[in-house]
Design a protein around this ligand. Sequence first.
Ligand code: NAD
Ligand code: DAU
Length: 355
Amino acid sequence: MDDLFMKNILVTGGAGFIGSHVVRRFVNAYPEYRITNLDALTYAGNLENLRDVEDRENYRFVKGDITDGEAMMALFREEAFDGVVHLAAESHVDRSIANPSAFVMTNVIGTVNLLNAARTAWADGFEGKLFYHISTDEVYGTLGSDGMFTEETAYDPHSPYSASKASSDHFVRAYHDTYGLPAVISNCSNNYGSFQFPEKLIPLFINNICNNKPLPVYGKGENIRDWLWVVDHASAIDVIYHNGKQGETYNIGGNNEWTNIALIRLLCGIMDRKLGRSEGESEKLISYVTDRAGHDFRYAIDSSKLQQELGWTPSSRFEEGLEKTVDWYLANSEWLERVTSKAYRRYYKETYGIH
Ligand code: NAD
Ligand code: DAU
């Protein structure tokens, strides 16, 4: 690494939704750090998410797959990374129901490969090093109508996705407890915002409303999620990376619970206004479909530890955040079109000559 940089940080999964916000935040806020974005560019990885920072001197992209243990060892040997912010994952619950093995490979084996590479590269001493693992509230399972997930809640994952994330969390803790690897974990609730792949509820429904396509609501739409603006998640990651205590877990959430159907109605109302449609028109697209198998009823995160110990607070009110998000997708219809038509897959080939 060039001696000009104070810290050398590896961000995995930086071409994805949350990862791109984390890369953007670190590249902009810390010109003195060198940020390496390692991403396999699966269907969810899109380098167009990072156009605004791709030419920065303190940023570089490396195409690589965390399931390749040898390649991870080689990368860590070549680069003296001080820290890892690990976001790379298979992230969509419905895909995990269709193909669980891919989730074991990337989320479990991939994470263990990174832990092995970090432990080997840092064998001379852990001083100044940190492995930060980004995880989900879904590891805690589901809530009834009361209570919230705290850092002490027992793990009880239900979907193949959450089981794979729970397993990866356990491995990170095991490497901390067994080998002393400096590690920290955060578990966050549902994110929304720009650059989210339109398979997830909010961007999928925005896209479908624009195209007058049905809005598939699972079950009765009564399941509850706790929504956080992705920019607030990135700011929490920044705070935890710099001030979190090693060996600790921090829950991140927006204290912002919505039943799916209430959120969808809110979204439909915003879309009617933005598209100049008459009130109630988008709601007509709602179509109740068979429920997701094993669908967790309710998530709600208690983030008071993060707020009290590290001083983080979410910045955005949901109604405003959702409206800003709708504005972003409407203003960036080309991004959405390039994702849905798969044209974005050509961008990195043309720009980087990478296949
Ligand atoms: P995403 O699917 O948008 O992005 C995942 C990224 O990882 C993509 O760029 C993809 O190309 C990359 N990737 C996948 N497999 C890889 C592999 N084998 N090697 C290297 N790169 C690979 O996901 P996201 O929603 O941005 O989630 C990022 C992280 O945050 C995940 O670990 C997820 O579990 C966690 N998380 C997500 C949410 C949410 O609401 N989206 C909430 C809490 C936690
Ligand atoms: O809680 C954090 C998790 O949030 C992250 O760990 C996951 O990576 C992320 O994908 C997200 O998981 P969910 O399953 O909660 O998100 P999704 O957008 O897929 O679904 C949100 C809710 O909406 C959920 O109750 C299922 C429902 N849904 C979803 C889709 C895609 C529908 O009713 N219809 C749909 O078409």
